[in-house]
Ligand binder design. Sequence first.
Ligand code: PAP
Length: 347
Amino acid sequence: MSTYLLPDQNDCHHGASINAQNDIQSDEQHMINNLLATLPKAKAWRSEHIFLYKGFWLSSEVIKGLLLIHKHFTPQPTDIFLAAFMKCGTTWLKALMFAIANRHRYKLSDHPLLRTGPQSAFPFIDTHIFLDYPATNFDNLPVPRLFATHFAHGLLPTSITSTCKFVYVCRDPKDALVSKWHFLSKLRSKELPPLPFDEAYELFCNGVSEYGPFWDHVLGYWKPSQESPDKILFLKYEDMKKEPSVELKKLAAFMGMPFTAEEEKEGVVEEIVKLCSFENLSSLEVNKGGGGGQKFTAKVVVENQEFFRKGEVGDWKNHLTEEMKDRIDNITNDKLKGSGLTLGLTK
Ligand code: PAP
């Protein structure tokens, strides 16, 4: 059963009547199986195969999640989605957004994030939607309801993308690749041979990895963020590392909860930055293997500690040769050309 933090009740089970079974009705499962049978497939990083669905490579589990979101999720205009490609900053942003939204409910010195991993701050909808199916009920979540997703903008129902605000965080693709390879290598099915880094690199450059292609994902949010900056806030991991307070203030204002002059004077911004910093969160017992984590499928639970590795900009230098770096930078330059977006060291 999934648990999420709710105001004034720590660690509440969320949902009015949650069914912990992965209880997809047989006609729906049948429909999903039929769909999977028609999709092109490729080597996955975690499991055996990923499937090409509407231009993006997805695991069978999250395709199921996506179909259920389309069928069952009713957005509210106050909902705020945190969207990102894998390993670009979801854990960090989850903590920050939760801390911003609930700053009048909790004392920062005795904050639930000190006892519970950021994964529990709010639901990762891609899988949550089917873990609790068919009784998934998000009505208990406080307003604004916060959701995280790795789905590309174009894959989500327009009922969501036209109604809700999105915070998108992206990162130098070289660091996202390295982080993703480490993460999914740990989760990779033991029945499969390990995925060597060079092979993962090749797949990544060809766009083939869970939720990829990376560049299409980023552009899918970048373009609408330029047209409607009030609807999509586009953040970069690197900017957040460099000037966390500046980015945090931007984030709070976008969420409709700007810091008051008094809060700023009292140092609330800096305190939230500190609470949610890699150094602080990764040193907490609960994030060092002290229990808790994120349930991805009925069988796969990822412990909190797996979401904290180095938390640095530029770790790609320890994994990529000069030639590998140039190739990926060239792809990034090509793909982003004319968009006005730069990533990593590219121009
Ligand atoms: P997800 O896609 O599985 O949700 P996500 O949280 O987006 O993962 O990314 C994890 C990365 O963010 C890790 O990067 P690394 O492998 O390069 O180290 C992780 O260390 C980093 N990270 C986690 N929490 C923070 C934080 N509070 N501040 C900065 N970086 C963080």
